[in-house]
Design a protein around this ligand. Structure first.
Ligand SMILES: *[C@@H]1O[C@H](CO)[C@@H](O)[C@H](O)[C@H]1NC(C)=O
Ligand SMILES: *[C@@H]1O[C@H](CO)[C@@H](O)[C@H](O)[C@H]1NC(C)=O
Ligand SMILES: *[C@@H]1O[C@H](CO)[C@@H](O)[C@H](O)[C@H]1NC(C)=O
Ligand SMILES: *[C@@H]1O[C@H](CO)[C@@H](O)[C@H](O)[C@H]1NC(C)=O
Ligand SMILES: *[C@@H]1O[C@H](CO)[C@@H](O)[C@H](O)[C@H]1NC(C)=O
Ligand SMILES: *[C@@H]1O[C@H](CO)[C@@H](O)[C@H](O)[C@H]1NC(C)=O
Length: 674
């Protein structure tokens, strides 16, 4: 889920057209006093004294000041970035939460563990308020959300069903939209709301016997576009929580691709998006995702109960520019509810950031997702192994500072899971896919790192730490070693194997990274990006630093364009494709190498170096990004043209040729604009 149309920022245009033919280039509570009930809608906000950090930890501030590197090994140095530099503080402002409604809840739900059912409550006092204290009669109805014939659709809401206070929700109902209205025509709407239910499923008989080896549950709590730098900046309270006992931060975690889909896909399948397309099926064709060897299938085979939820249905990982699933992929799959709620509930979008819903109905959009995740976890984690992934984009994807408004909500989710004892049972992965990819943060010196270093925290429950001390030691060491999405994939597979019998099947590991491994084994000290399947273009081990645009830097982009024009000659395309000429350079960066220290102010002069250039040509404003070796004396660059990234849509630029590779670079004479 990425790139969407937004007129205000040029980079949005660059990424906007990827939906066209799917041809985007690669780069391209209330807390109950009554212990019988769990209130699933609102939860208690934490007080600061609850956020205890272990006593032997350094005080946070001091710790931040002393750290110079996330990773410093013989082949990889990822500098630590101060999240509060004066340059950032010039434009960073913590934001305040917008309230979605000031009205009290007329309807609420409770889960009664005693009868293992949900109950609907109607608050008479709130009703009286909404009725202006008249004795007008009113009625409440709900409409059940039905799963559609194809999993990624929903057919329709079922007919209105009347209910009163104390109504026990039938066991088959997974989501409802409710309305209370005055009885007389024309009726007046008092309040509308929507709820999801994670209905209890009893343990199958064969799982009732105690399993010989304990299977650790895994909950993946994801936030789109949140780098470890920006987490420290915008959610310090959450970061502090994540410093607690049992949490490990993978500080050398480096993304393997540009946007969400290929990064999430690599983690959940072990395949790069390109290889999967070649080896399994075309992810742009209907039914393909159903065939992919996704991690939840392995969890399911190992008797885990599976759950999944994401917000913003148009931008979901498997649906944005992609066909989604044809069959319900997990036991508890939120998408049909999301589609129904999106179509039935009012929405609120921030005036200056209106791509995604901020409020949906009476709640912040991400509440539906994380509440679902918490319900799923609490419902089952104490009696059977579960795997679930719960992901939100709407508050972090477009405004890098919006997470600051959300931090109390996120923290209260974590504290709620802790209070419910879920952290006694589950391995939790608190993570992101990549950092912010456009805007002011990316223009800073550390913009390169911001884009490439998503947060990645892993929590190990106490029993796991006691049972597997060597895995814990390995994870501790690996916190400061380079790792990637493919290692996380192998770690998940390792977790599944751990809960099986010793002679159980060995699961296939990351296809696209034979040198990747479970993070429960010590990673090699001298690991390189290549060994973690991180392409040079994404590798942060040897940082690139932006250099100011001058005549000599323009020459680098010009020399790349020379290579492209030669490519047309070599491919006999000069009759069809226009020669390209530089319009302007968007950004030039130089790879500093490990001998040049990131924290040094000045760079030495060098004859030959590796640069990354991003430029536009005059022909149809086509946009390219290339990593090149450039000689500053001879002005010659070495670059494999077929590895240059096209960073805007080429659909209407190369209709004269069919060849897949050349199509990225050719601007047909017949398609030339102006
Ligand atoms: C709720 O009340 C606050 C404070 O009076 C106000 O600023 C805000 O706009 C109100 N929100 C809604 C959704 O009415
Ligand atoms: C209560 O009063 C408000 C404000 O006058 C009005 O908008 C609303 O329709 C009234 N509600 C009912 C149920 O009459
Ligand atoms: C799950 O188990 C079935 C039956 O043993 C097997 O055919 C299938 O390949 C397994 N799927 C995965 C993803 O392991
Ligand atoms: C196009 O570029 C090629 C390769 O640099 C060059 O040989 C040729 O003269 C150029 N053609 C025009 C019309 O500029
Ligand atoms: C080059 O392309 C032209 C038409 O574009 C074609 O007629 C010619 O045969 C091609 N030459 C080679 C050597 O492929
Ligand atoms: C490249 O050459 C220009 C002009 O001679 C000089 O200003 C610049 O610093 C050089 N760049 C590097 C990285 O050596």
């Amino acid at each position: 889920m990425e790139s969407r149309l937004r007129a205000t920022h040029p980079l949005y245009k660059v990424f906007a057209f990827c939906c066209l033919l799917g041809l985007l280039v690669y780069l391209t509570q209330r807390r109950s006093d009554n212990s019988d009930f769990e209130f699933t809608e609102s939860i208690r906000l934490p007080t600061t004294h609850e956020l205890k950090v272990e006593e032997n930890d350094l005080p946070l501030k001091e710790h931040l000041q002393t750290q110079k590197y996330y990773v410093k090994t013989s082949k990889c140095e990822i500098p630590y970035v101060d999240p509060f530099t004066p340059e950032v503080m010039e434009f960073y402002k913590p934001q305040t939460l917008v309230t979605c409604t000031n009205d009290s809840d007329l309807i609420s739900t409770e889960y009664s563990p005693k009868i293992q059912r949900y109950i609907l409550r109607i608050d008479e006092e709130v009703a009286a308020d909404l009725l202006n204290n008249t004795d007008v009669e009113y009625n409440c109805f709900y409409r059940e959300v039905k799963y559609g014939s194809e999993a990624d659709t929903f057919d329709k809401l079922k007919a209105n069903k009347y209910f009163t206070d104390g109504y026990v929700v039938p066991i088959h109902v997974e989501g409802i939209v409710v309305e209370c209205r005055t009885a007389d025509e024309p009726s007046i709407l008092l309040q509308k709301d929507a709820f999801t239910f994670v209905q209890y499923q009893p343990l199958p008989k064969d799982m009732k016997q105690k399993h010989a080896v304990r299977k650790p549950s895994v909950i993946m709590y994801g936030i789109d576009s949140l780098s470890r730098i920006n987490l420290r900046r915008t959610m310090p309270k959450v970061f502090k929580f994540l410093q607690g006992v049992g949490w490990y931060e993978m500080q050398g975690y480096n993304k393997v691709a540009d946007n969400s889909f290929p990064n999430i896909f690599a983690m959940l399948s072990g395949y790069s998006a390109e290889t999967a397309k070649e080896q399994i099926c075309d992810t742009d064709s209907k039914g393909c995702f159903d065939k992919m060897p996704m991690i939840w299938k392995y969890f399911k085979n190992a008797s885990y109960l599976t759950g999944y939820a994401e917000d913003e249905s148009a931008l979901n990982h498997f649906s944005y520019c992609k066909p989604g699933f044809q069959k319900k992929p997990m036991d508890y799959y939120f998408r049909p509810m999301l589609k129904a709620f999106e179509s039935k509930l009012d929405e609120y979008r921030l005036p200056d950031n209106d791509l995604m819903r901020y409020c949906m109905g009476r709640r912040i959009a991400n509440r539906y997702i994380y509440d679902y995740g918490r319900m799923f976890t609490k419902r089952f984690v104490h009696e059977r192994p579960i795997w679930g992934m719960f992901w939100s984009s709407h508050f972090s994807h477009d405004d890098p500072f919006l997470p600051s408004a959300m931090q109390d909500k996120i923290l209260s989710d974590l504290l709620d899971l802790k209070d419910a004892g879920a952290l006694e049972k589950t391995i939790m992965i608190f993570f992101a896919d990549h950092g912010i990819r456009w805007g002011r943060l990316t223009n800073l010196k550390e913009g390169f790192l911001e884009e490439r270093l998503p947060m990645m925290f892993i929590y190990l429950p106490p029993w796991f730490r006691v049972t597997y001390p060597s895995y814990v030691r390995a994870l501790e060491i690996n916190q400061h070693r380079l790792c990637s999405n493919f290692d996380i994939h192998n770690t998940l597979k390792h977790i599944i194997e751990m809960g099986g019998t010793p002679d159980g099947p060995v699961l296939p590991k990351s296809f696209d990274c034979p040198t990747c491994q479970s993070l429960f084994h010590v990673l090699p000290e001298d690991r390189t990006c290549a060994q973690a399947a991180i392409d040079n273009h994404w590798c942060t081990c040897e940082p690139y630093i932006p250099i100011p645009d001058t005549d000599w830097t323009d020459q680098i982009s010009r020399s790349v364009i020379d290579r492209m024009n030669e490519y047309f000659v070599a491919k006999n395309l000069t009759k069809l494709c226009s020669n390209l000429t530089l319009h302007h350079v968007i950004k030039t960066e130089i790879k500093t190498g490990l001998n040049v220290k990131w924290h040094d102010e000045r760079l030495p002069e060098v004859e030959k170096a590796i640069y990354r250039v991003h430029f536009k040509v005059n022909q149809n404003s086509a946009d390219f990004q290339a990593t090149v070796v450039y000689n500053n004396v001879t002005h010659i660059s070495e670059v494999n043209v077929e590895k240059i990234s096209r960073t805007n849509s080429y659909r209407e630029d190369s209709t004269c040729i069919e060849e897949k590779n050349a199509k990225l670079y050719c601007i047909c004479f017949s398609n030339l604009k102006q």
